[in-house]
Design a binder for this molecule. Structure first.
Ligand code: IPM
Ligand code: MG
Length: 375
């Protein structure tokens, strides 16, 4: 555990790098944080802790109560990734993934913002035709603390004849739907004013409830926002057919998980997509918040210095924007990433003809150099 100089900072950040490529991408994000400190732009009190398989190896659980308490005591958490083959055989409750799920649930981070924007320099790196994705700017708002991820009953039961039955349950209360659709409507107001609510109301009663609640909230408080509905299977198809038709998509935990991986790929690579997970504002207007790349721990490339650190760096930019109200500084980081890409450096996941394939560290060096130039 390391505590940086705080210089009276009131910005307490808990860094949980996790497993696989988590530590190596986080190292580059930490350099960006240190840049702000070094240049006296803003200081952050950074504490590092363990999560996932790393926490299991050290403490026997994927998230200790101490680390959870530290997360509660922080203004924001920066999270890397968890999981790996080494821990695949563990009982469900001890698996690395339970670490992030417990953080989300206990901190009540119900609104997961997953923006999919395409940097101009990467329009060619998408698996879709460049004209379909150039200029893309869509926001997926995924419900994060309810639905089938947490619904009861759940588990695998064994019948008298020895046969087994696996159960998970999709459950949503009106209140859970209402608070997350409000986040989507608020975001749409600052964007292009359109929300698509995505569900399977044709086969799931809970999906019908999502539609009713979204319509009621829109008619009561957001008449200036345009609301439309789409089935999740159609949405998956529309995302690869014509992604620019969307502004804000709001959806359940499971559909949001799936659709956001799909949207991420439009941007060229899963290695580009950041996310913010937010709770409700408290009396002082502060929200609990956790920021993490959408990609996973990528055990196959871990430790090789080839992973793309940009999603993690962009997650820190989201922290600046949403937790610390530092839009100019967030722009600074995003511009540095844009310029690094325009300069033609690429980690392997986004490498293209006539660009230079670089390591995780060199991508970090390039972003740092662009930050120094701009500051
Ligand atoms: C994500 C991940 C997680 C999820 C896993 C690691 C538990 O896929 O954040 O999208 O399913 O939510
Ligand atoms: Mg996922």
């Amino acid at each position: 555990m390391r505590v940086s100089q705080t210089r009276g900072s009131n910005r307490k950040v808990l860094v949980l790098a996790g497993d696989g490529i988590g530590p190596e991408i986080m190292r580059q994000a930490l350099r960006v944080i240190e840049f702000f400190d070094r240049r006296h732009i803003a200081s952050f009190a950074v504490t590092e802790g363990l999560v996932g398989g790393a926490a299991y190896d050290a403490a026997g659980v994927p998230l200790t109560d101490d680390t959870l308490a530290q997360a509660f005591a922080s203004d924001a958490v920066l999270f890397g990734a968890v999981g790996g083959a080494k821990w695949d055989g563990l009982p469900f409750d001890l698996r690395p993934e339970r670490g992030i799920l417990r953080l989300r649930k206990e901190m009540d981070l119900f609104a997961n913002l997953r923006p999919a924007g395409v940097f101009d320099a990467l329009a060619d790196a998408s698996s879709l035709k460049p004209e379909l994705v150039a200029g893309l700017d869509l926001m997926i708002v995924r419900e994060l603390t309810g639905g089938i991820y947490f619904g009861e009953p759940r588990g695998v039961e064994t019948h008298a004849d020895g046969s087994r039955r696996g159960v998970n349950t999709e459950v949503y209360t009106e209140a859970e739907i209402e608070r997350v659709v409000r986040v989507a409507f608020d975001l749409a107001r600052k964007r292009r004013g359109r929300v698509s609510e995505v569900d399977k109301a044709n086969v799931m009663e809970s999906g019908g409830l999502w539609r009713e609640v979204a319509q009621r909230v829109r008619d009561t408080d957001y008449r200036d926002v345009e609301l439309s509905f789409m089935y999740a299977d159609n949405c998956a198809m529309q995302l690869v057919r014509n992604p620019k038709q969307f502004d804000v998509i709001v959806t359940s935990n499971l559909f949001g998980d799936i659709l956001s991986d799909c949207a991420a790929m439009l941007t060229g690579s899963l290695g580009m997509l950041p996310s913010a997970s937010l709770g409700s504002p408290d009396a002082a207007g502060q929200r609990k918040a956790l920021y993490e790349p959408v990609h996973g721990s990528a055990p196959d490339i871990a430790g090789k210095d080839v992973a793309n650190p940009l999603a993690c760096i962009l997650s820190f930019a989201m922290m600046l924007r949403y937790s610390f109200d530092m839009a100019a500084e967030a722009d600074l980081v995003e511009d540095a990433v844009r310029h690094a890409l325009a300069a033609g450096v690429r980690t392997s996941d986004i490498v293209q003809p006539n660009t230079a394939r670089v390591s995780t560290r060199v991508m970090g060096d390039t972003v740092l150099r662009e930050l120094e130039k701009a500051a």
